[in-house]
Design a protein around this ligand. Structure first.
Ligand code: GDP
Ligand code: K
Ligand code: MG
Length: 296
């Protein structure tokens, strides 16, 4: 198994989706978009790659949600063959150094210097790459440097080739056509959450969440599948609720429409999606609530 770790927003989920070849982990400009460990699977010829996307390492806030996220990350690096440690090309801070120290205890690491496309002159990156190499050597970490862009398919295929040599000979864990260990119901809640974050931008706190109340497949009278989904968006304040609903309900309508279209593609089904918005203040600080919303 290959774990993908790093700070929020460096592009871990984007990379996982590109490696798997299909979107299974939601992405957005918002930190803390990924809240659960998500497994992505890609089988090429005789080789099966199993990737674990993780929420970004948190160092600052100590609320119940963040504690749960950190446990998920630590769980992921427990039994892995290789770690893809993702940073933004040209940047490496104290938090990254901490993670590197954790990782330097034996696991092979590929340091993915992502978002290479945002660097105008590649030559400017050379001193940084050299500095990183020294840093790894000082820690005695077994690491290889891989500058790339998760949005460039050629880079991603090259990375897949690099990963292959670290994998042990063993039986496949999943069948050839499996892409993720997550259910359609889980993906549905994630996709609604992605649209919510993308369409509200920075105004909405990351603690907003989505719960699926109903996920029912109607018995097939026609050739195509038909799935009925009801979901509730949970926010912390009345003001946030108004923000999600938008002027004359426009924003909520748009969230629902974009989520439905994406779900129809993903599930190859006709989807009926009903969305609600509810206020539950303080849920991210409340351990029991965090658990009841599906975060261990
Ligand atoms: P995560 O929090 O580490 O999982 O990061 P995401 O995958 O959610 O990505 C965070 C943001 O960075 C999103 O807006 C992505 O579109 C963007 N992003 C990811 N990879 C790249 C890349 O290679 N180049 C550029 N320009 N943006 C990227
Ligand atoms: K993100
Ligand atoms: Mg993510």
């Amino acid at each position: 198994m290959i774990a993908i770790v790093g700070k929020p927003n460096v592009g871990k989920s984007t990379l996982l989706n590109a490696l798997v070849g299909q979107k299974i982990s939601i992405t957005s400009r918002k930190a803390q978009t990924t809240r659960h460990r998500i497994t992505g699977i890609r089988t090429v010829g005789p080789t099966q790659f199993v990737f674990a996307d993780t929420p970004g390492f948190q160092t600052r806030h100590g609320n119940a949600l963040n504690r749960s996220l950190n446990k998920t990350v630590q769980g992921a690096v427990g039994d892995v063959d290789l770690v893809l440690f993702v940073v933004e090309a040209g940047s490496f801070n104290q938090a990254d150094e901490q993670v590197l120290k954790l990782l330097a205890q034996g696991v092979p690491v590929l340091l993915i210097a992502n978002k290479l496309d945002t660097i105008k002159h590649r030559a400017e990156l050379a001193p940084w790459l050299q500095e990183m190499q020294h840093r790894f050597e000082r820690l005695g970490a077994k690491a290889e440097m891989v500058p790339l862009s998760a949005k460039n398919p050629k880079d991603v295929e090259r990375l897949l080739g690099l990963c292959e040599k670290y994998l042990p000979e063993q039986d496949w864990w999943y069948s050839e056509d499996e892409l993720t260990d997550r259910s359609e119901k889980f993906l549905a809640s994630e996709i609604v959450r992605e649209k919510l974050f993308r369409l509200t931008g920075d105004e909405l706190p990351y603690t907003s969440t989505v719960v699926i109340d109903k996920f029912e497949e109607e018995p097939g009278k026609t050739a195509s599948r038909f799935v009925k989904i009801a979901a509730t968006i949970i926010v912390e304040r009345d003001g946030h609720k108004a923000m999600v609903i938008g002027d004359k309900g426009e924003r909520l309508k748009r969230i629902g429409m974009e989520a439905r279209q994406e779900l129809e593609k993903l599930m190859d089904a006709k989807v009926f999606l009903e969305l609600w918005v509810k206020v539950r203040s303080g849920w991210a600080d409340d351990e029991a609530r965090v658990r009841s919303f599906g975060y261990e």
